[in-house]
Write a protein that binds this ligand. Structure first.
Ligand code: 5RP
Length: 327
């Protein structure tokens, strides 16, 4: 299929390249002309404007917007809506707030445009490993886009079928790494909760490693102090333990490089999903003790830094290439 990739940053650039490797054609647009030139060298067609991009696409055109959530995404989708033709499909693959999707889907439907929201997980590793996708939109449009999702997704790989799932009775797409969650907004809603959980898991590892590290502290009686090797502890937990996970793998990588994590200030940023998850919990009156505490721990990290904050930053750098603001 032919797809316009709008936004060629850490996510969009890699996704476009994975799509090309999977046999799709890419029309690439970014405000950064160098980013466009680089992907053109890799086989994409470049476009200097969204109007020019439309001229290089078939019908219906497929527009995949891969930009930071907020004003830039909003403005770009508005410009695409002006350049698009009836029947075109606009996909927001970033981390947008799901209520914005619901609003945009209605506004675009008035122009006979289809809107699809794709919560995309996989970070900077996705080009190689594939992207887990949580998709919202109408059935017909999602079915039309299936070859794109199939190429971006990790595929079944060597993960064995979950006991209890019966092959011909379940939606096979989930086992390939993508789901059609429901109508517009539902994809980003599921991704938002994924990120809320991510905060909680990360905080649990961060606090655990901080307690391990501080076991050598002089505030403890001398015969109760242990000088523990955190790098080896992370490593051993990766192998057969109950708490093995990709976030632990990323922690182990960071510790193996520098156990002191001097690269990180301990200031931990957030992109909004954690807060939105708590907002949803409040609206639904669902207790979310751990997720709330982990969000507040990030806020606290901006006024005083612990070693645990550095562990969080190390994981964010590992999965998303996020570089923290220096203090
Ligand atoms: O979606 C992601 C990972 O799943 C992104 O890397 C996101 O930026 C992580 O959230 P935050 O920036 O708030 O830590």
């Amino acid at each position: 299929m032919k797809i316009a990739m709008i936004g060629l940053g850490r996510m969009g650039g890699n996704m476009a390249r994975r799509l090309m490797e999977g046999g799709h054609e890419i029309v690439a647009f970014d405000r950064d002309a160098d980013a466009v030139a680089k992907i053109v060298a890799d086989g994409a067609e470049g476009a200097a404007s969204l109007d020019e991009a439309r001229g290089k696409l078939g019908s219906p055109a497929i527009w995949w917007v891969m930009l930071p959530a907020g004003a830039i995404t909003e403005q770009t989708i508005g410009t695409i809506a002006d350049a698009a033709q009836p029947g075109d499909i606009v996909i927001d693959g970033g981390n947008s707030f799901y209520k914005d999707d619901i609003r945009r889907a209605k506004a675009l439907a008035e122009k006979q445009l289809h809107y699809v929201d794709v919560g995309t997980s996989g970070g900077v590793w996705g080009r190689e490993r594939g992207y887990c996708m949580m998709i919202g939109g109408d059935n017909e449009t999602i079915a039309h886009l299936d070859p794109i999702f199939e190429t971006l997704a990790p595929g079944t790989g060597d993960i064995v079928r979950t006991p209890g799932r019966i092959a011909d009775k379940v939606d096979q797409r989930a086992e390939k790494g993508y789901i059609h969650a429901g109508p517009a907004g539902s994809g980003h809603f599921v991704k938002m909760i994924h990120n809320g959980i991510e905060y909680g898991l990360m905080q649990a590892y961060a606090e655990g490693f901080d307690i391990l590290k501080t076991k050598s502290s002089e505030i403890l009686p001398e015969d109760e102090r242990f000088d523990l090797n955190l790098t080896d502890i992370a490593e051993v937990w990766r192998r057969g333990s109950v708490i093995s996970s990709w976030l632990l793998d990323l922690t182990a990588i960071a510790l193996a490089k520098d156990e002191k994590l001097d690269q990180f200030s301990g200031h931990v940023a957030d992109s909004g999903e954690g807060q939105w998850t708590i907002d949803a919990a409040m609206e639904e009156k669902v207790p979310a003790n751990v997720l709330t505490a982990s969000l507040f721990a990030r806020y606290r990290s901006r006024v005083e830094h612990t070693y645990g904050d550095k562990v969080l930053s190390a994981m964010r750098f590992g999965f998303g290439g996020h570089v923290e603001m220096p203090q």
